[in-house]
Design a protein around this ligand. Structure first.
Ligand code: MLT
Length: 403
């Protein structure tokens, strides 16, 4: 008789953003006259930039010719894209990463979840609290999280990121084996300094732990002192894996292209994780479409860089509008400076789902309740800067009116 992976049965409710989408759909059905403004899920709204579209068209045309047709591509990604990533995202910042340490994929979300395949189920996993739910749910699915009780997983180590510690995770007291870090942070929008990241690298090396570093939002860093990559930290190439994405950098949320960097020097029990991940990808993944990889490569052209920088600036301006507007409305806000997320404290100690509902019902503004990211997110909501300028301004006005 077949048996299911009963770890799935332990998962509480739906994936966070599906729950929110359902609530919004129900609200819209009940109030079709109200124009809803979505500041919840971090989905981009600016179109793909002309440099990307041009290369995408060219690649589509190539595919229609006998000489330019591409069937199965390399599971790891085409060399042309991996080399551009190595040169532009790493070498340009003084970091030596070889093209064969880069694995192109369809998303940082899938990679952050799938990476659990190559780790023992016995590893102790540390996550920030609040946290991007993918790290938690995917470890729960693979049986590494224990049981869900009183809002927490029994086997996960939660690193509280709260107002008192500047929303930065502290080195855990107990020994952990896998450490998820995300900077600029989703959901708080906070960043880590070079020294703070260096202390994580030191800790990971001492403990023989692996840092799973999500830097999907690095393009939003404007402060020159903040590292964009964990590999800017000495020693990180011995203990870290990095996840990056074209989603937020270049508007690829619907187009799908990302990459994971696993230096060959990261070993666990004498085995190189690069080789294990390569084995995993070759078995379970057939690569990102040629057309999409050509489009991603265009992000690194002079025009592509200029145009994507303009898009990032547009979102950062939205972030500023949200920050200022919410502050004027009397809320305490964090993030939104080197990140597209604004982390706002709910007024009068309201619960985050309660404030989420109030904003939805009364202002027609969709946010993400902080509690959805973990127990320490209670009392906060997250807003994204990825809407259009008009929608952002209107949402802020509506919230101000409501408050
Ligand atoms: C978010 O809103 O946290 C992100 O859009 C989720 C994601 O990138 O998967």
């Amino acid at each position: 008789m077949a048996k299911i992976n009963d770890n799935f049965l332990k998962l509480p409710g739906n994936y966070l953003f599906s729950t929110i989408a359902q609530k919004v759909a129900a609200h819209t059905a009940a109030h079709p006259e109200q124009k809803i403004i979505k500041m919840g899920i971090g989905d981009v709204t600016r179109p793909l930039v002309p440099a990307v579209i041009e290369q995408m068209h060219r690649a589509v045309d190539e595919m229609g010719t006998p000489e330019g047709f591409h069937g199965y591509g390399p599971e790891q990604g085409y060399e042309f894209l991996r080399q551009l990533i190595a040169d532009n995202d790493y070498k340009a910042r003084g970091v030596e990463i070889d093209a064969d340490e880069i694995f192109v994929s369809d998303g940082a979300k899938s990679d952050c979840g799938n990476i659990t395949d190559i780790f023992s189920v016995d590893n102790v996993v540390a996550v920030c609290d609040p946290v991007y739910p993918v790290y938690v749910d995917s470890n729960a699915m693979s049986g590494r999280a224990g049981e869900f009780a009183d809002g927490k997983w029994t086997k996960l180590v939660y690193m509280e990121c709260v107002e008192e510690n500047g929303f930065l995770p502290q080195i855990p007291k107990q020994k952990v084996d896998m450490i998820y870090l995300c900077f600029p942070n989703n959901p708080t929008g906070m960043t880590a300094t070079r020294e703070q990241l260096a202390s994580w690298v030191r800790y990971a090396k001492e403990q023989g732990a692996v840092i799973l570093f999500d830097s999907a939002y690095e393009a939003f860093i404007t402060d020159p002192d903040i590292p964009h990559s964990i590999f800017e930290i000495e020693g990180a190439k011995d203990c870290a894996i990095e996840f990056r994405s074209f989603s937020k950098t270049a508007g690829f949320t619907g187009t799908r292209c990302a990459y994971t960097v696993i230096p060959k020097s990261v070993t666990v029990e004498g085995t190189a994780l690069n080789a294990l991940w390569n084995r995993r990808q070759c078995t379970k993944f057939n690569g990102v479409p040629y057309v999409i990889q050509r489009a991603a490569a265009a992000v690194y052209s002079e025009e592509g860089k200029k145009q994507t920088r303009e898009t990032i600036s547009y979102y950062l301006e939205n972030a500023k509008i949200i920050r200022q507007g919410l502050q004027e409305a009397g809320l305490t806000v964090y993030g939104g400076v080197n990140a597209p997320y604004i982390w706002a404290k709910t007024p009068d100690g309201k619960g985050s789902w309660e404030f989420f509902e109030e904003l939805l019902q009364r202002a027609g503004v969709v946010t993400t309740p902080g509690a959805g990211f973990g127990p320490s997110g209670e009392g906060y909501i997250r807003l994204t800067a990825f809407s259009t300028r008009e929608a952002t301004q209107e949402a802020v006005e509506r919230v101000k009116q409501m408050l």
